[in-house]
Ligand binder design. Structure first.
Ligand code: HEM
Length: 194
């Protein structure tokens, strides 16, 4: 039986949402469910970004995983977009002026916005057609932004933690550093077109 890796990766995106629904039904989402869901989506955006970056080093042993890379990147984008949309809709009632005030005043929102603005071109250019259009070297250069996005997303997370609870964002940043180190050692074996 052959497994469609891309479909399997999309299904993986449903796992956190399924878990969220089960948790909401069985145990509830705490005193502030809106904040819980916004944070949950932000967490998973970052986790899918890290999972996406795990694919390249694994290709050496599991080359069939290649199509999962794009899907995991798009899942990161979808979760990040929902994270922002819920924040904008449920906490700022789609008042763009309020959002702008937040971006200017609250540093972690400024960083979050920057991260999202950098994610957009990566999501748009994730297709084979864009790889051709930009040429592989140009496309690869643009997609190196993913590392900056990863570290800035960790910073966005670290800037809002309370009571010095830095363990989780630091863990993600450390994980990113290990992946980056592996990439340097492997001397850029990334392949386009999956
Ligand atoms: C305009 C862009 C963004 C806005 C306005 C925004 C807003 C927020 C807000 C309001 C929180 C919760 C803070 C709190 O409850 O005190 C949060 C948490 C978080 N956001 Fe964002 N965010 C943005 C972009 C992003 C992006 C692009 C990512 C990831 C790729 C991301 C990842 C996270 C993470 C990991 C958390 C922490 C969740 C936790 O506490 O467990 N955010 N963001």
């Amino acid at each position: 039986m052959t497994v469609n890796v891309r479909k399997a990766a999309w299904l993986l995106g449903l796992v956190p949402l399924g878990w969220l629904a089960v948790k909401a039904g069985l145990w509830g989402l705490g005193a502030n469910p809106i904040e819980f869901i916004i944070r949950f989506l932000g967490d998973w955006a970052l986790r899918f970004l890290l999972l996406c970056l795990c694919v390249t080093p694994l290709l050496r042993w599991l080359p069939r995983l290649a199509p999962a890379r794009r899907t995991l990147g798009l899942l990161c984008f979808c979760f990040a977009a929902s994270h922002i949309l819920l924040y904008l809709g449920l906490e700022r009632f789609f008042d763009l002026e309020e959002l702008w005030k937040d971006i200017v005043k609250r540093r972690y929102i400024t960083v979050g916005m920057l991260v999202f603005l950098m994610l957009v071109p990566l999501a748009v250019t994730s297709t084979n057609r864009w790889v051709k259009r930009l040429g592989f070297p140009g496309w690869k250069k643009l997609h190196r932004l993913v590392w900056l996005i990863g570290f800035l997303a960790c910073l966005h997370f670290a800037m809002m933690v309370k009571f010095y609870a830095y363990a989780e964002p630091l863990f993600y940043a450390g994980f990113l550093l290990v992946l980056l180190g592996m990439r340097f050692r492997a001397k850029d074996r990334i392949m386009p077109g999956h």
